[in-house]
Ligand binder design. Structure first.
Ligand code: AHR
Length: 311
């Protein structure tokens, strides 16, 4: 789905000449909607012509969108890659036409680092570590002693946040909790609510004794809460829950006592992205990875934080 006219504007002063092609992953989560809104609003604010395309979570759609941006001779291409591998060919085509590529949100694996200029986004491995650290606090608060049986709802298979959040979490688990924590079941819920609900229902069938759920995003966590309640258990009490993102619905669930802790992942990348796009277009050097600042929240902070949440 390409949305050509979405943010054409001439009101933003100074940057009228910039045409930005943006290929979005999809609209799988609350995080993603907030990210899309941020990109569109910031492009408008900056006065860029934005060619926006939604890939509906399919790599082939992103590849065709990027090819179409190349054919349209946009000034800069930005995209959030649905998975990490398989981009070299299309990125080489962009490079051959001298169109710079900026990654946003998610990274790629490539043997040729010159195929993209920079990544504007979060440190997902650190988010995984932070989730494990939050779980330590949650367990302590709940007075949970001894073995901890963990279920993990992974994000989209092959996507950077799924790979790296799992890695960061495991790192802390292996270093500090080798004897007591165990991931007893782990499967993808594709970052969606429906996926989270369906997979959690299956987890509860095969492992009725799960103590903890680590969900790679709020949406899957919220879907899982529905499955836990349907199974007659209390989310946040019978099963302790840690999620990532910090979208409003996540905070609502946390203020209701159903999520125990949230690791924030900031989707409001638009303003930083527009700045970087301008610099790249002007041939300025930019940092290789422009990281986002984020916080962590325990359940007792939810009610106070909820009204201040921007997404
Ligand atoms: O890439 C960021 C992740 O993608 C978010 O954590 C998740 O909600 C989204 O779908």
């Amino acid at each position: 789905k390409e949305d050509d006219s979405s943010s054409s504007s001439s009101s933003g002063g100074g940057s009228k000449a910039i045409t930005l092609g943006f290929s979005q992953v999809g609209s799988e989560s609350g995080w993603r909607s907030a990210n899309t809104d941020s990109v569109k609003a910031s492009a408008k604010e900056a006065g860029y012509t934005l060619k926006f395309s939604d890939a509906q979570q399919k790599q082939e759609n992103q590849i065709s969108a990027i090819r179409s941006f190349i054919a349209q001779k946009v000034d800069v291409i930005a995209f959030s890659p649905v998975v990490v591998t398989g981009w070299d060919a299309v990125l080489k085509e962009a490079k051959a036409k001298k169109i710079p590529v900026v990654l946003t949100d998610r990274s790629v694996e490539t043997s040729d680092e010159s195929l993209y200029v920079t990544l504007v986004g979060s440190d997902f491995t650190d988010e995984g570590r932070r989730a494990a650290k939050m779980l330590e606090k949650v367990l302590e608060k709940a007075g949970h002693k001894g073995a901890v049986k963990i279920a993990q709802l992974e994000g989209t298979t092959g996507a950077a946040p799924a790979i790296e959040r799992a890695k960061g979490f495991k790192e802390v688990m292996d270093a500090d909790h080798k004897d007591d924590w165990k991931i007893v079941v782990s499967q993808t819920g594709d970052f969606t609510r429906a996926g989270g609900k369906q997979v959690m229902a299956a987890f509860l069938q095969s492992h009725p004794d799960i103590d903890v759920l680590f969900a790679h995003n709020d949406d899957m966590g919220i879907g899982a809460i529905q499955a836990i309640e349907a199974a007659g258990k209390k989310p946040g009490k019978d099963i302790l829950i840690v999620t990532v993102d910090g979208v409003k619905d996540g905070f609502v669930a946390m203020s209701e006592g159903k999520i125990n802790a949230i690791v924030e992942c900031n989707p409001l990348l638009g303003p930083q992205l527009m700045e970087v796009v301008k610099k790249v277009k002007d041939g300025e050097t930019v940092e290789r990875w422009i990281k986002t600042k984020e916080s962590d929240f325990m359940q007792d902070q939810a009610k106070e934080a909820l009204p201040t949440r921007k997404y």
